[in-house]
Design a protein around this ligand. Structure first.
Ligand code: SF4
Length: 352
């Protein structure tokens, strides 16, 4: 009964998303995989333009595999969580070189690929191959917690919500791909975090939270811990010819592999000890620290908040950069250098 109600509702109200196959089209696992990687930690609205850009430039997994990593990171810039982009590229190379461009239709095989965890493997299995798999994202967690009025708090109840979601997703489910997408769409459009529109919900007759009149109080959540703060400096170094110094960040670590302005270490206490660029030994830089309040940027990462203060300098010997890591860009083209959001904030504040 639940499944029939959900599937009928999905047939009439499914979201029109660029990665979804329309009626009569064959589902392309490459599009499903690409969208699911992009959607990790990111909203549907933010992903749409990136998805279309990637599909336009690299229409097949082989095209993506053949692209230079630098180009993939540049197109990804602004979407955040950059390890995803590097794993995306590696995964495309594995699929292309070792699997003839064919994605495996099996959760366990998918989980062996770079960047594909349990959730993404289940989503690809269900959506791309229409095979039963328990797909539990934040939308589904919310729907299930309300359907069963689960009293315990997130994140501790995640395993229990998964078991409950499994009740719907066992092998007997018809149309597993549509069922998974129906649950996601229900959570995204009807069973929303605030003000769920229960009156339009196809499964309200089976919902305990609706019956109790308090759907918004689910899922219950443990109080959030305060985020740690980190501090440091960013360096705006010019060469006297209108160019700005950028670095290619190390592969491991935050914003790995992305271009960025050089920065000091990011530390838990504000300190002056790193005020000047740690590699300035190879360059002679005339420093002119920017006034603190006018050129301070703040950025929130998943696990900490970062405050960086700007320091400006002019290099007397710009040819002395270690070229394996640093490079100069013309200041007029810095906005198209593929900088992540943190550094775009720095560029904008300096140029104000
Ligand atoms: Fe969510 Fe309301 Fe539907 Fe229950 S009835 S699943 S709370 S939208």
């Amino acid at each position: 009964m639940f499944r029939d109600a959900l599937l009928s509702w999905y047939d009439a109200h499914r979201r029109d998303l660029p990665w979804r196959a329309r009626d009569g089209e064959i589902v392309d696992p490459y599009r499903v995989w690409l969208s699911e990687i992009m959607l990790q930690q990111t909203t549907v609205q933010a992903v749409k333009a990136y998805f279309l850009k990637f599909i336009g430039r690299w229409p097949t997994v082989q095209d993506l595999a053949a692209a230079p990593q630098e180009d993939v990171l540049r197109e990804w810039a602004g979407l955040g969580y950059y390890a995803r982009a590097r794993n995306l590229h590696r995964c495309a190379q594995v699929i292309s070189a070792e699997r003839g461009g064919i994605f495996p239709a099996d959760v366990e095989e998918l989980k062996k690929l770079p960047g594909i965890g349990a959730y993404t493997a289940a989503a690809i299995t269900a959506i791309a191959f229409d095979k039963p798999a328990t797909v539990v994202d934040a939308n589904v967690e919310r729907v299930v917690s309300r359907l069963f009025a689960v009293p315990e708090e997130l994140p501790f109840i995640k395993p229990r919500l998964r078991v409950l979601a499994d009740l719907f997703s066992a092998d007997r489910v018809d149309r597993p791909g549509d069922f998974a997408q129906g649950m996601m769409d229900l959570g995204a459009t009807i069973c929303t975090p605030k003000s769920p529109r229960c009156i339009f919900c196809p499964v309200r007759a089976m919902c305990r939270a609706f019956a109790a009149g308090n759907p918004e109080s689910y899922p219950r959540k443990a109080p959030k811990k305060e985020k740690p703060q980190k501090y440091g400096y960013f360096y705006w170094i010019t060469d006297g010819a209108g160019r700005i110094l950028l670095e290619r960040r190390p592969e491991s670590g935050m914003l790995g592999g992305m271009p960025g302005l050089p920065t000091s270490a990011w530390e838990e206490k504000i300190t002056n000890k790193n005020k000047f660029w740690r590699e300035s030994g190879c360059l002679t830089v005339d420093w002119d620290c920017l006034s603190q309040n006018a050129h301070t940027i703040r950025h929130s990462f998943t696990h900490f908040d970062l405050t960086l203060e700007g320091c400006q300098g002019n290099a007397r010997n710009p040819e002395k950069i270690p070229e394996d890591r640093y490079f100069w860009v013309d200041k007029d083209s810095i906005l198209s250098a593929g900088l992540p959001t943190l550094f775009l904030k720095a560029v904008k504040i300096i140029r104000k």
